[in-house]
Design a protein around this ligand. Structure first.
Ligand SMILES: *[C@@H]1O[C@H](CO)[C@@H](O)[C@H](O)[C@H]1NC(C)=O
Ligand SMILES: *[C@@H]1O[C@H](CO)[C@@H](O)[C@H](O)[C@H]1NC(C)=O
Ligand SMILES: *[C@@H]1O[C@H](CO)[C@@H](O)[C@H](O)[C@H]1NC(C)=O
Ligand SMILES: *[C@@H]1O[C@H](CO)[C@@H](O)[C@H](O)[C@H]1NC(C)=O
Ligand SMILES: *[C@@H]1O[C@H](CO)[C@@H](O)[C@H](O)[C@H]1NC(C)=O
Ligand SMILES: *[C@@H]1O[C@H](CO)[C@@H](O)[C@H](O)[C@H]1NC(C)=O
Ligand SMILES: *[C@@H]1O[C@H](CO)[C@@H](O)[C@H](O)[C@H]1NC(C)=O
Ligand SMILES: *[C@@H]1O[C@H](CO)[C@@H](O)[C@H](O)[C@H]1NC(C)=O
Length: 507
C-alpha cells in the first residue's frame, strides 16, 4: 500500500488518475480472501486460518461460508487444523446444524431463496453419506403465505433462521408472512405492511404441522412498542414490509417454546396454547429486572444452559449491533441467570470476548455451549470463530475471510463420521523434476481415512499417511500411461478404491 502510494506520488500529474485506478485494483485484489484449491478435485473453499492458544474440545466445525464478493455459498465441514473435510454443492444456505435423528447423526440444512434478512426455502436432512433422506417443507399455498415477491412463487416457506430438532421427531423453524398492520404507534401508516414472525413445529418425516405461533396475532403480549428497529421508511408497501419482529432462534423445553426476537431485543417463553409464560426484554427487562451488565439487544442463538422451576440460565450471541445502529457495541457471548420467581432479577453469569481482536458484529452469529465448560462463538458477517475454555480464556481463533467479504450464519462444533457414497478422487502426474509420479488423492466428506494405498496392476506401490483434504504421494517406478488405483485404509469405509486413472491425465 505505502509502496504504491509512494510510486503514485512520484508519477507525473498527468498519470496520477490512471495510477490511482491501478492502486484501487490492487487493493480490491488484496481484499479477496485466498481460496484453497486442489489437484484431485474442483472444490475451492476459503482458507481457514486457525490459531490455537490452548486445548480445544473434540469435533469438527460445521459452517456455511458465503463468499459475498465472488457470490457463492456452500455447506462445509472443517477440521481444527483448518483443513476442509466436506463441501456440498453451491446454493443459498443458512441454518446448518448436525443433530441426531432416530439415533443416527444427520445434518439439517436450509436451502432456498434468500431475501433481505429472511427467506423462503426447505430444510434438507442429510445422512452421514451426505444424501438427502428427508426434505422438510412448509407449503406456502396451503398456509396462505404472502411473500411480497408475487408473482414469484415458492414451494416451501421456511425461513433461513432455525433448524432445531426436538426429541419427538419434529423440527422447529421460523417463517415470515407479509401482511398488513396498523403502524401508527411506530410512526407508520395505519394500513401499513409488516413481516409477521411465525414459529412452526413440523414433523420431519410427514411435514405435518404440530404447532404454529404468530407474533402479530399476539400483539397484546408482544407489542410494537417493544421493537427496537426504526421504521426507516419501510412498511408503506408489500415489497418493503416493516422488519418486526425478526425471529431468529427457537428451542423446545418440555412442552414450551423458547423464541428469540432480534428487533424486539427479546426472549419469549411460550406455552403450547400460544400464551406467553414470560417475556425477557434485553433493554427494559420485560417481566424481569435487569442487573448490572445484563442488558442485551439484536441477539442470536438463544438457548437454555439449564432450567429449573425457579431459574433459567440463558446463553446467547449478543451482537448488540445491526446495520441501522452501526458497529458501535462490543459483541460478546453472554450467559444470564434469570430468576423466574421472587426477585425476578437477571444477572450476568459469564461474558466472553476476544480482548486482543474484539469484534463489533453487525449481523448473524452463534454461541454454542460445548463440553467441559467450553463455548464456541461465531460472528456472522465478521468471518471469525472463537473457542473459549471454562475460565473464559480464548483457546482458538479461526478466520476464513476479511470482514464483510465472507460470512456464515452460525458455526457448530460436533463430532462426525462421514461415509461418502462417492469414491476417492485421484489425479496422477509425472513430476518434471524427479522420476517420481505425484499422486493426489482426496475424498470429499471422508473423516477417518488413516492412510492411502497406491496400486498399479495388483502391486502396491506405496502407502502414505493421510494428510488433510488432499494427500500428495510421491511414487517411484511408474511410467507414463500406467494406470493407478488408490485405496482408503482405515476408518468406517476402509478398503474403498478410486477409479483407475491414467498417469498424466487431468494434470
Ligand atoms: C493467520 O493468522 C495468524 C495469527 O493471527 C497471522 O499471523 C497470519 O498472518 C495469518 N495468515 C494468513 C495467511 O492470513
Ligand atoms: C439465492 O437467493 C437469491 C436472492 O437473494 C436468488 O436470486 C437465487 O435464485 C437464489 N438461489 C437459489 C439456488 O435459490
Ligand atoms: C444415506 O442415504 C442414502 C440414500 O437413501 C443411502 O443409499 C445410504 O446408504 C445412506 N447412508 C447411510 C450411512 O445410511
Ligand atoms: C398471511 O397473511 C395473510 C393476510 O395478509 C393471511 O390471509 C394468511 O393467512 C397469513 N398466512 C400465515 C401463514 O400466517
Ligand atoms: C391505529 O393505532 C393507533 C395508535 O395505536 C390508534 O390510535 C388508531 O385508532 C388505530 N387505527 C385503526 C384503524 O385501528
Ligand atoms: C415500496 O417502498 C419502498 C420504500 O418506501 C420504495 O423504495 C419502493 O419503490 C416501493 N415499491 C413499490 C412497488 O411501490
Ligand atoms: C411427543 O409426541 C407425542 C405423540 O405425538 C405427544 O403425545 C407428546 O406430547 C409429544 N411430546 C412433546 C414434548 O412434544
Ligand atoms: C394456556 O396455558 C397457560 C400455561 O399452561 C395457562 O396458564 C393459560 O391459562 C392457558 N390459556 C388458555 C387460554 O387456555
Amino acid at each position: 500500500m505505502s509502496r504504491s502510494l509512494t510510486s503514485c506520488l512520484s508519477q507525473a500529474l498527468a498519470l496520477f488518475a490512471s495510477c490511482l485506478s491501478v492502486s484501487a485494483a490492487q487493493s480490491s485484489t488484496a481484499s479477496l480472501w485466498p481460496l484453497q484449491s486442489y489437484k484431485s478435485s474442483s472444490i475451492q473453499t476459503p482458507f481457514m486460518n486457525v490459531t490455537k492458544m490452548g486445548q480445544t474440545e473434540p469435533g469438527y466445525l460445521f459452517l456455511t461460508p458465503k463468499d459475498v464478493i465472488r457470490g457463492n455459498g456452500y455447506p462445509t465441514i472443517y477440521s481444527d487444523d483448518g483443513q476442509l473435510v466436506w463441501q456440498g454443492s453451491s446454493a443459498n444456505y443458512s441454518a446448518l446444524q448436525p443433530q441426531m435423528l432416530d439415533g443416527e447423526p444427520v445434518i439439517a440444512l436450509w436451502t432456498g431463496y434468500a431475501g433481505k434478512g429472511f427467506g423462503w426455502g426447505h430444510i434438507s436432512i442429510l445422512n452421514s453419506s451426505y444424501d438427502e433422506i428427508h426434505r422438510v417443507t412448509l407449503n406456502c399455498k396451503e398456509q396462505n403465505f404472502v411473500t411480497g415477491l408475487e408473482p414469484m412463487e415458492f414451494d416451501s416457506c421456511i425461513d433461513i433462521h432455525e433448524s432445531q430438532f426436538t426429541d419427538n421427531g419434529t423440527i422447529l423453524v421460523t417463517a415470515v408472512n407479509v401482511t398488513q398492520a396498523n403502524l401508527s404507534s411506530v410512526g407508520g401508516p395505519k394500513d401499513g405492511w409488516i413481516q409477521d414472525g411465525l414459529v412452526y413445529e413440523i414433523d420431519i418425516k410427514t411435514n405435518e404441522i404440530v404447532f404454529r405461533w404468530s407474533a402479530l396475532e399476539n400483539l397484546d403480549e408482544v407489542p410494537l412498542s417493544d421493537v427496537y428497529a426504526p421504521l426507516g421508511g419501510s412498511g408503506v408497501n408489500k415489497t418493503d414490509p416493516y422488519g418486526y419482529p425478526h425471529l431468529n432462534a427457537v428451542y423446545k423445553y418440555g412442552d414450551d417454546y423458547l423464541v428469540s426476537s432480534r428487533y424486539m431485543c427479546s426472549v419469549f417463553f411460550i406455552a403450547p396454547n400460544g400464551t406467553l409464560n414470560w417475556h425477557l426484554h434485553g433493554r427494559t427487562g420485560g417481566d424481569f429486572h435487569l442487573g448490572i451488565g445484563a442488558s442485551f439487544c439484536y441477539q442470536h442463538d438463544v438457548r437454555f444452559e439449564s432450567q429449573t422451576p425457579e431459574r433459567v440460565t440463558l446463553s446467547m450471541h449478543n451482537n448488540d449491533n445491526t446495520d441501522f445502529t452501526g458497529a458501535t457495541s462490543l459483541t460478546t457471548g453472554l450467559v444470564l441467570d434469570v430468576e423466574l420467581q421472587g426477585s425476578k432479577k437477571v444477572t450476568v453469569k459469564s461474558r466472553v470476548w476476544d480482548a486482543d481482536e474484539p469484534v463489533y458484529a453487525q449481523s448473524q452469529g452463534s454461541y454454542q455451549v460445548l463440553g467441559n465448560g467450553h463455548t464456541l462463538q461465531d460472528h456472522g458477517a465478521t468471518p471469525k470463530i472463537e473457542e473459549y475454555d471454562e475460565n473464559g480464556r480464548i483457546v482458538m481463533r479461526a478466520r476464513f475471510g476479511y470482514d464483510n467479504t465472507m460470512q456464515t450464519y452460525r458455526v457448530y462444533r460436533y463430532p462426525w463420521v462421514g461415509r461418502p457414497s462417492t469414491k476417492p478422487s485421484v489425479v496422477a502426474c509425472p513430476s518434471s523434476k524427479s522420476r517420481k509420479t505425484a499422486v493426489y488423492v482426496s475424498w470429499n466428506g471422508a473423516t477417518d481415512v488413516q492412510s492411502w494405498k497406491v496400486l498399479s496392476g495388483s502391486q502396491v506401490k506405496h502407502t502414505a499417511v493421510r494428510n488433510g483434504f488432499e494427500t500428495t504421494i510421491l511414487v517411484d517406478g511408474l511410467s507414463q500411461k500406467d494406470q493407478v488405483v488408490v485405496e482408503a485404509v482405515g476408518g468406517v469405509i476402509d478398503g474403498v478404491r478410486s477409479e483407475s486413472v491414467t498417469i498424466g491425465q487431468g494434470c
